[in-house]
Design a protein around this ligand. Structure first.
Ligand code: SAM
Ligand code: SF4
Length: 478
């Protein structure tokens, strides 16, 4: 197991001040409808919200105001992200785990046949993902320093980046693995990862202790300071998330924003992305064990409020949510979404190659997903909803990460590259992987979104690149 550097967790720990969160929530409850309307107006200007403002928004139950909140979130999303939606897929490489997280199918006490992909099996998974059009992955693993040490994760990253298939390759690997040391984060950085993602699960210390009874993850301070260590190691882009359903979501949201402010103050930049995972059934996990489940309506409000509170932070929605609901949430501020996800080790090969049943009987996914559409079907409905799928990874490949990315995003200049790059990467998808129906919906979408590029020179340049892609060139971006 990697040795913890003495003091690193203690150096930063303690920035989640529970009393302050409870006080802020209590004060926010008193906010009048008028005050909440002023907060929504402030949010609409895309300058972000304070904790106190967020607390007031979270606790206003007026249906008319809720609609105003949704409208404002839609406006901010359009202003900053346009109609673009970035696509990715999770890739599980190992389900060995020392922890006993009560909500997780991979937890130590669950008995099933555990596995870790060989590099050959990994290549096969990536081949399937690539044949579905994916360019961006989130690499996922349980925590087990012996069965799945960092060296193995680094081998996986090298293998994935080295693979080239017909027209495609994976261009960005985000990594969602357990909290570790500054030295190990530095090695992940050297392996050219995209975002380092780690979910806090719950910021509520007592709930955290109950949910994580055993294993290295049971150390709240070690877990909560992981993003600090990643940033100390030079990783620019980090991703947050709370597992919605473990504790009161109002507390969790304020705590997550407190965490974001802490990183901004310490490192000059907050989280690159926030995920909104909601608790799902899993092997040995039924939802009736959890008293804080989040209903759909509150979930939608969470997405909209986050969009106003941290307008420049990407919001990631997963296939934990069902298809029709996912489509509604696009409007409220989601900027990245997974599609066609498997949450088990070797899942993509099994689903796509009809492997022998005895090989699959005793494996388990981490949790069950609720959107079972293929990526192609997801893309079709994204286009039909007026959105533009994007496989762009240009920022990361051009070194526009961390504060450099945030500066560009806040200046609005990023729009000049994002919209053309979304169009170009989606065109590649349609030519190489699109079904006839998606091709039709996609070409219409491209026509529409191309016309929306206001700068004539940029529009012409994009059109010229589209032609080159038609003629067989690939990986063209601004
Ligand atoms: N094992 C590492 C960890 O726990 O930090 C890496 C991440 S794990 C592979 C991915 C995430 O899945 C966890 O952080 C957790 O939030 C989420 N997860 C676990 N069980 C879940 C469930 N039953 N429903 C929804 N999400 C779940
Ligand atoms: Fe292991 Fe992560 Fe699941 Fe916890 S959430 S049991 S650490 S895989």
């Amino acid at each position: 197991m990697p040795s913890k550097l003495p003091g690193t967790d203690q150096q930063f720990a303690g920035f989640i001040r529970e009393d302050e969160i409870h006080d802020t929530l209590a004060a926010g409850k008193q906010a009048s409808n008028e005050a909440v309307r002023r907060i929504i107006a402030k949010g609409r200007a895309a300058g972000g919200l304070s904790l106190a403002e967020t607390a007031a928004l979270l606790q206003n139950g007026d249906p008319v105001i809720q609609q105003e909140l949704f409208d404002a979130a839609r406006e901010v999303k359009l202003k900053i992200y346009g109609k673009r939606l970035v696509l990715f897929a999770p890739l599980y490489v190992s389900d060995y785990c020392l922890n006993n997280c009560l909500y997780c199918g991979y937890r130590r006490d669950n008995i099933f046949r555990r596995s870790r992909l060989t590099q050959e099996e990994l290549a096969e998974e990536v081949r399937v993902l690539e044949s579905l059009g994916h360019k961006r992955l989130a690499l996922e693993a349980g925590e087990h320093p012996d069965a799945c040490p960092l060296d193995y994760i680094l081998d996986c990253i090298n293998t994935i980046y080295s693979l080239k298939f017909k027209n495609g390759s994976i261009r960005r690997i985000n990594v969602n693995i357990a909290a570790t040391t500054v030295e190990e984060y530095a090695r992940l950085k050297a392996a050219r990862i995209g975002t380092y993602i780690l979910f806090q699960e719950t910021y509520h210390r007592d709930t955290y202790r109950r949910m994580h009874p055993e294993g290295p993850k049971s150390d709240y301070d070690w877990h909560t300071t992981a993003h600090h260590r990643a940033m100390q190691a030079g990783i620019d882009d980090v991703g947050f998330g709370v597992l919605l359903g473990l504790y009161d979501y109002k507390f969790e949201l304020l705590a997550m924003l407190m965490h974001a402010r802490e990183l901004e103050e310490t490192f000059g930049v907050g989280p690159h992305t926030i995920s909104v995972p909601r608790l799902r059934p899993a092997f040995g996990v039924t939802l009736d064990q959890f008293p804080h489940l989040v209903p759909d309506e509150d979930f939608a409000r969470i997405v909209a409020i986050l969009r106003l509170a941290v307008p420049y932070t990407g919001l990631i929605l997963s296939t934990r949510e069902r298809a029709a609901f996912r489509d509604q949430l696009l409007d409220l501020g989601v900027s990245q979404t997974s599609a066609g996800s498997c949450t088990g080790v070797g899942g993509y090969r099994r689903e796509n190659s009809k492997a022998e049943p005895e090989e699959t009987l005793d494996t388990a996914p981490q949790f069950s997903v609720d959107d079972h559409r293929s990526p192609d079907q997801v893309l079709q409905s994204i286009c039909q909803a007026g959105y533009l799928p994007s496989y762009c990874t240009a920022c990361y490949r051009q070194g526009r990460t961390g504060d450099r990315f945030m500066e560009l995003a806040k200046s609005g200049k990023i729009q000049d590259v994002c919209q053309p790059n979304a169009i170009l990467t989606f065109k590649e998808y349609l030519l190489d992987y699109g079904s006839p129906q998606t091709k039709q919906a996609g070409e219409e979408a491209i026509g529409l979104h191309l016309a929306e590029i206001k700068n004539g020179k940029l529009r012409a340049e994009t059109a010229e690149k589209l032609q080159r892609i038609e003629q067989g060139e690939r990986d063209l971006y601004m």
